[in-house]
Each structure stands twice: as C-alpha cells, then as structure tokens.
Design a binder for this molecule. Structure first.
Ligand code: FAD
Ligand code: SF4
Length: 323
C-alpha cells in the first residue's frame, strides 16, 4: 500500500521542529516510523505533513544526572538503549525494551515512539477496505464503537511495552512546545480515551525521559503469543522496597489490557500492610477485577484478560518475594 500524499518535513533543530508543529495543524510526528507509517498506509490517518524528529540532536543521548537519574533522549533507538551500560542498573526496563517487537523493529523504533504509541484496535488497525466493510467508528468518523457498544469513548488498547516499566520506576517525561517545557509524571501521561490517549498537546514533542535512581526490586513480565515479535496480551511491572515478604512501598502497573496502563494503588495499600505472604497475594488477586474497569474482547476475550491479569499479578508478586 502506498503512503497517502503528505509533505515530509525534516527540521534540523528542536526549535525548528517545534515551530513546524505549531504552524501546521494536523502535522504528525514521525520518529522510527514503525507504527505511524503502517497507520498512514492503512489510511487510519492522512496527515497533510509529517515532521521527522528521530535525528534531532536534542532528542539524542543517554546520560546520568548528578542525582543518579538517567536522562534519556526520546529519539534514542531501542537497540541503542539495550546496548548502553547505564541501562544495566534497570534490568526490568531492559526486559521491557527487549520485549518490544523484533530486533529489526527495535533497530528503527524509538523510546518516544513507544511511549506515544497510538492505541490499537482489532476493528481499525486493518486495511482501509477491511474497515469499509465494517463501517466507521468513533476513531474513524461516527458516534459508535464496535468493540464496546454504547461506549462514549474509544476503548482501543494501549499496547506499548515500556510504559508500565517506566511508570513503576517513577519516570517523568519532558514535553516541549513553542510555549516552553513542562514535566509530566509518566503515570499521569495517559488518558482513558483511545483517540486522545495522552495529555500531550498536538504541538508538543516528548523530548526526554527521566528515570530516578532506585535500589528497589523491580520485575517486568509480558504475556504474548510469540516471544520476540508480537504485541502483548498483557504486561505487568512490579516494584517493592525491602526484602522477602516485607515491603514498605509497592507499585504495580498493568499494561496492554485497557486503554491506559493501570496503576493498582488500592491493592498495593493492603499488600504493604499485610506483606507478600501467600494469603495476601491470594487476596490481592481476588480483589483485582474492580481495579481494571471495563474490559473488551479486543485481540483476546475479556474473560481471558481477567484471568491473565490475575496470573500476571500473582507471578509478579511471587517474583518480587524471591528477589
Ligand atoms: C511487527 C511489529 C511488532 C510490534 N510489536 C510491538 C511490541 O511487541 N511492543 C510494543 O510496544 N510495540 C510494538 N510495535 C509497535 C512499534 O513498533 C513500537 O511501539 C515502537 O517503539 C514505536 O516507535 P517508533 O519510533 O517507530 O514510533 P513511530 O511509529 O514513529 O510513532 C508512534 C507514535 O508516536 C508519536 N511520536 C513518536 N515520537 C514522538 C515524540 N518524540 N513526541 C511526540 N510524539 C511522538 C507518533 O506521532 C506516533 O503517533 C510493533 C510494531 C511492528 C511493526
Ligand atoms: S475501540 Fe471502538 S471507537 Fe476505538 S477504534 Fe475500536 S471500534 Fe473504534
């Protein structure tokens, strides 16, 4: 499939890129292009212009700040991040990075592209002809959702692998525009709306990702049909301080099951009080359903998603206890 007509813009600096985004309503940011190009070929969107940002110098590089945080350029390729010795201090983040697609895709894909990845839906991430047979939806033109009938919002999935790991690590992102810069905690970056799925404004670029230092135990797990190629059925990132069953602070983040990553605050409060014993883990798994909200049959049945969420939670908590 050919790409729709568009203007290809390649700014030489961040300032130039931000000016192009501010001037051109509807312009699409292009990083590695591993998702955006597919979607344009499928006419899911047909922007008048794309602004290529991967080579912008201000979006490159990974370095350590004086406080021990890692400062990662949003334009860094996933392959380069995996090869960087500084990333060795965050094994769970490395696991999440390596879980993204295949080596070929990771050679092009960027961290910013993964964090801003558009939501996916079995009904819309198809060819234009396929979609025409079914008819449009909230994402493509009318007031209806094929995946969850009667839903007032698009419930397409956030299927990116790195957000849960980076949320668990307490990462923040920098959003830049001609109006200036702002920092947003990644846990506040995503919205429960598959169309407008992040708080990023159309003229903003995600420029840097800051990962604070930690000595906590952290795990990342991904369930998928084929390792090394496929999008997740579900993921979890789990973090705890302390040792064994004792933890004074726990963070649990589920991914790929809903429109935005789910931070399980209610469950963690109880686990901190009770510890990571078998009974407490059973109770956490039993109480999980309420925290998940509406589940769809997108890519896997809702009943399977419920069971998978419980299984991922149990595996993650047991893994933390063993670390
Ligand atoms: C075969 C295949 C398998 C895949 N499997 C997985 C998988 O297992 N896990 C997974 O997470 N992903 C998967 N993907 C999706 C995708 O390849 C990755 O998420 C990748 O990291 C996207 O990065 P990119 O740089 O190519 O983004 P692009 O495609 O360039 O952009 C993605 C989105 O982010 C926006 N964007 C990009 N950079 C910025 C920025 N700096 N600021 C603001 N907006 C920005 C773009 O406008 C676009 O909306 C797969 C893709 C393919 C083709
Ligand atoms: S979840 Fe519903 S509105 Fe969103 S893309 Fe799928 S069918 Fe369309």
């Amino acid at each position: 499939m050919l790409l729709p007509d568009h203007e290809f813009l390649k700014p030489a600096s961040l300032a130039e890129g931000l000016a192009l985004l501010a001037a051109g309503p509807g312009a699409r940011v292009l990083a590695g292009g591993t998702d955006v190009v597919f979607n344009m070929r499928g006419r899911l969107f047909t922007p008048p212009a794309v602004v290529s940002v991967r080579s912008l110098p201000e979006l490159q590089g990974l370095h350590e700040r004086p406080d021990g945080s890692l400062d990662i350029g949003a334009g860094c390729r996933l392959t380069d991040l995996l090869a960087d010795p500084l990333l060795a201090r965050h094994p769970a983040l490395r696991t999440a990075l390596r879980a993204v697609a295949s080596r070929h895709v990771r050679n092009l894909a960027t961290l910013g592209g993964n964090l801003c990845l558009d939501t996916r839906c079995w009904f819309t991430n198809q060819s234009e002809d396929w979609r025409a047979a079914r008819g449009p939806c909230l994402k493509t033109g009318i007031d209806a959702c094929h995946a969850l009938h009667g839903s007032p919002v698009c419930v397409a999935l956030n299927n990116a692998d790195t957000p849960p790991a980076l949320i668990a690590l307490g990462a923040t992102v920098t959003l830049a525009s001609v109006r200036g810069e702002r920092q947003v905690a990644l846990r506040d970056f995503y919205r429960d709306d598959g169309i407008d799925h992040t708080v990023r404004q159309p003229d903003e670029l995600l420029t840097r990702v800051i990962v604070p230092p930690t000595t906590d135990r952290v795990v990342f797990l991904k369930e998928t049909a084929r390792q090394g190629m496929d999008f997740a059925y579900g993921t979890i990132a789990a973090r705890a301080d302390g040792h064994g069953a004792r933890a004074g602070r726990i963070t649990l983040v589920l991914g790929s099951l809903t429109t935005a990553p789910v931070v399980l605050d209610a469950i963690t409060t109880r686990l901190v009080a009770d510890g990571l014993g078998d009974d407490a883990i059973d109770a956490a798994c039993a109480g999980l359903r309420a925290a998940l909200g509406p589940l769809t049959n997108l890519y896997s049945p809702a009943a399977y998603k419920r069971e998978l969420a419980r299984t991922l939670l149990r595996r993650a908590l047991l893994a933390l206890r063993e670390m």
